[in-house]
Design a protein around this ligand. Structure first.
Ligand SMILES: [Zn+2]
Ligand SMILES: [Zn+2]
Length: 330
């Protein structure tokens, strides 16, 4: 099969991925073989390709937002021929202390799609059968792919921030994840305040129904109940914190932050404001979010790249050229 392969992490402009022939994965017990129909590109892919997250294997196939057709190893939930999705969490151990408390996103020995097992920048992928989710029929392959990490984790961020219906919610940064969270917030009658770099991102936010849109240096005109930050920047976290009412929450939707700068506790955190990180996802986050996505007709903006151009797709994500999400098609 054709696949994009990472051996030595380096700057993406040096074309870190080799697009080449690779052995097809072999079906095995507890695994489903998928014929990949589309695979979303996530910023985390870039962090691993460029070595900010150290690869744990010598040879990796990226991609953890896989839409595929179940072939060998199909299950009752996903019989042969069904279209399913796979996300970043490729498996958990199901044991104490976290999985049995309903906190499988914090599992001590998780499997991560494409980090610890191969992902979906390929014609076929082999995944654990307990982490595949049937997809709403109303979404086509390209529309479903970005929902599988950006969408699910964006949704978890709303949950971690404790968003209630009708609240004022700030989104700091407006990429793949935020543009999927905004319509969910609108369906809950929330007012959404978007602060982001780039005129095209601000236009997209306005067109999706944001109440207020500003640049990365503008502050929302009202005190926010909740804020979610999407940039790998601690300055943005402090800016979000400074926009909260007492008792408000900032949820950080980033797997990696540059650092957290020093800030004034008395003015910014006192008053029971909270900062929380968002780690991974649970299978129920995935199921809930995919159901909501089907109900509200969530339609991601996508830019399509053929597998041959996987490097270009990552470069476009890095330089922030994509409005919405990038998707690779094998
Ligand atoms: Zn991701
Ligand atoms: Zn566990």
């Amino acid at each position: 099969m054709k696949a994009a392969i990472l051996t030595v992490p380096r700057n993406i402009v040096e074309r870190a991925l080799q697009i080449t022939d690779s052995a097809e994965p072999l079906a095995s017990t507890g695994r489903v073989l998928l014929k990949v129909r589309a695979c979303g590109v996530c910023r985390t892919d870039l962090h691993i390709v460029e070595g900010e997250l150290k690869p744990v294997r010598e040879r990796l196939i990226p991609g953890h937002q896989i839409v595929g057709e179940a072939l060998a190893g199909a299950t009752d939930e996903a019989p042969r021929g069904t279209r399913v999705g796979v996300s970043w969490v490729g498996g958990t151990d199901g044991s104490w202390p976290y999985c049995r408390r309903g906190l499988e996103n914090l599992c001590d020995s998780p499997t991560f799609t494409w980090y610890t097992v191969d992902g979906g920048y390929a014609e076929y992928a082999l995944v654990r059968s307990d982490v595949v989710f049937p997809l709403p029929e109303s979404l086509d392959d390209l529309e479903a792919a970005p929902l599988l990490c950006a969408g699910i984790i964006g949704y978890r961020s709303l949950r971690v921030a404790g968003v209630d219906k009708g609240e004022r919610v700030g989104l700091f940064g407006f990429g793949a994840s935020a543009h999927l969270a905004l319509p969910v917030l609108r369906s809950w009658n929330c007012e959404v305040y978007v602060s982001t770099r780039g005129a095209s991102h601000r236009q997209l936010a306005a067109s999706l129904g944001a109440t207020w849109v500003g640049s990365e240096n503008d502050r929302p005109p009202v005190a926010l109940d909740r804020a979610i930050t999407f940039a790998p920047s601690g300055d943005v976290v402090v800016a979000a914190l400074a926009s909260l009412r007492k008792g408000g929450v900032v949820a950080i939707n980033a797997i990696h932050l540059d650092r957290i700068p020093q800030f004034d506790y008395d003015r910014l955190l006192w008053g029971e404001r909270q900062i929380r990180s968002v780690a991974n996802m649970t299978r129920s986050d995935a199921r809930e979010f995919l159901q909501i996505a089907g109900e509200i007709g969530l339609r991601p903006r996508v830019t399509v790249f053929p597998l041959q151009q996987a490097n270009e797709a990552l470069m476009a994500v890095k330089s922030d050229e994509i409005n919405g999400a990038a998707v690779i098609v094998p």
